[in-house]
Ligand binder design. Structure first.
Ligand SMILES: NC(=O)c1ccc[n+]([C@@H]2O[C@H](COP(=O)([O-])OP(=O)(O)OC[C@H]3O[C@@H](n4cnc5c(N)ncnc54)[C@H](OP(=O)(O)O)[C@@H]3O)[C@@H](O)[C@H]2O)c1
Length: 313
């Protein structure tokens, strides 16, 4: 089969190649998937640029974690999927997933039946980003009916942010999101109640206090006026020095950095929301496998709206 391989540490155009490798063989608890689409995530390109020096996330020369496709074989212990099923998932994260390949062996526990309301590009694009938003809101206690709660999403237009906006909205929350002005209409269309230009300090200072903050922006810190006693602040990127202390002094509780983990059952709930028409995935660009370098370069601009996806024939 064909797979993407990193030949070393460096720029996408220098170290990315397409290679022929042996087909994977599923273990007894795994499913073999013929891949239709794979979402690219910042971690895919950061790990290419950092090599093994990337904290708890396993480095592999065969990259990729997201996938959507069709089951072509199942291990002996798998009862949850059958050959022909459309599936999507986040493979093994934070261990290596090797999904940028025509065939992938994935633990059945990391997969769910793909939502029929989404194209395969959307199915492949969603898993890591939507599970990050899902698990961040779990950490913040924003589960079930969140009617009456106010949520601030820093970085509302990116891969994680645009799904976080919709999840918070689907739970009934009032959603405030930051983005550059050109993206405000898109965010309003996804359900954001208020959109704020992150370069407009006066507008940021005027944000009324919220119950939950999710920061998806590197070193993103909410304006202190958005924090009141009991506000829960979650980051997926980390805080700059001194920010945690300042947030706690303003009354924030549960100030925390989370890291996503693979979770098939949560993706089954995501699929339910998708098929109910309450959650969509914006595809910034879909690139055929042969253009995987261009896909990485687009993601690395940091300016995408929604997700960058690699598609397979
Ligand atoms: N901890 C975890 O488990 C976890 C999981 C997933 C992702 N992450 C990390 O979270 C970050 C976001 O991931 P992602 O996939 O959402 O990235 P992404 O899709 O590449 O994010 C791009 C978006 O960020 C927006 N943006 C950039 N600077 C901003 C700012 N100061 N304020 C508001 N928006 C801003 C851009 O909008 P404009 O063009 O308008 O600037 C763009 O829409 C990455 O660093 C990633 O590595 C961590």
């Amino acid at each position: 089969m064909r797979a993407v391989r990193y030949t070393g540490v460096g720029a996408a155009a220098e170290v990315t190649e397409l290679v022929e490798v042996a087909d994977p063989v599923p273990a007894e608890d795994e499913v073999l998937v013929r891949v239709g689409a794979v979402g690219l995530n910042p971690v895919d390109v950061k790990i290419r640029a950092a090599g093994t020096d990337f904290g708890p996330i396993e480095y592999a020369t065969l990259p990729g974690w997201d996938l959507a496709g069709e089951v072509v074989a199942t291990g002996d212990a798998v009862g949850s999927f059958e050959v022909g099923d459309p599936v999507f998932g986040l493979a093994r994260f934070p261990r290596a997933g090797h999904t940028l390949a025509e065939l992938v062996a994935v633990p059945a526990a990391d997969l769910a039946t793909a939502p029929t309301a989404w194209k395969v590009e959307q199915q492949g694009a969603a898993p890591l980003a939507v599970l990050t938003a899902w698990q961040a809101f779990e950490a913040a206690g924003l589960v079930g009916d969140a009617t009456g709660k106010r949520v601030l999403v820093l970085g509302g237009a990116g891969g994680v942010g645009h799904l976080a906006v919709q999840l918070a909205k689907a739970r009934g929350a009032h959603v405030v999101a930051t983005a550059s002005p050109a993206k405000h209409a898109v965010l309003a269309g996804l359900g954001a109640d208020e959109t704020i230009d992150y370069r407009d300090e006066a507008a940021l200072a005027a944000v009324a206090p919220v119950d939950v903050v999710l920061s998806t922006v590197a070193d993103g810190v909410p304006p202190l006026g958005a924090v009141r006693p009991g506000t829960t602040v979650i980051t997926i990127t980390g805080f700059p020095d001194g920010a945690v202390e300042a947030l706690r002094a303003a009354g924030a509780t549960g100030v925390e950095r989370i890291m996503v983990v693979a979770d098939g059952p949560a993706l089954a709930e995501v699929a339910g929301l998708a098929d109910a028409g309450r959650l969509t995935v914006l595809v910034d660009g879909a690139y055929p496998l042969d253009e995987v370098v261009a896909a990485q370069e687009r993601l690395e601009t940091g300016r995408v709206t929604g997700k960058v996806v690699v598609t397979f024939p």
